[in-house]
Write a protein that binds this ligand. Sequence first.
Ligand SMILES: [Zn+2]
Length: 156
Amino acid sequence: MHDTTKTPEDASERLSDITFTDPAAAPLDAAPATRADAGEERETWPAIWRGFRGRCPNCGSGPILRSYLKVRDHCPSCRQELHHNRADDGPAYLTILIVGHIMAPALHIVFVTWRPEPLILITIFSIGCIGLSLYLLPRLKGAIVGYQWARRMYGF
Ligand SMILES: [Zn+2]
């Protein structure tokens, strides 16, 4: 029935021999010892607002993006690591959500009120959609990175 050659001590030794090489498999509380502010509360909304303005969520002065949409590895001002972010397609999702909810009612109101020529209507709304999307996309990316930083997601 039972394997009598192995004692409980043997089993616990073998369990303790397991090393976590994959960071994703490591225990959740295994934070790096170098983190200066470990456990400190980070306010969410100020971080989101700083990110929305394109600023580092930690210090609020260093730029968070190095081109139109590329997130910097570190904040040039306070050296806060920013490469942990996993914004993925969240900024695009939020941009579509906001632009759609502004433009769809506006299209309805403009069409019902003024009945402009179709070519005029499509020109105005195409430029409006593209312009508003290009304006919001990097700002919402910064906001999402700020949120992830404040909530200590993905290693922040
Ligand atoms: Zn900073």
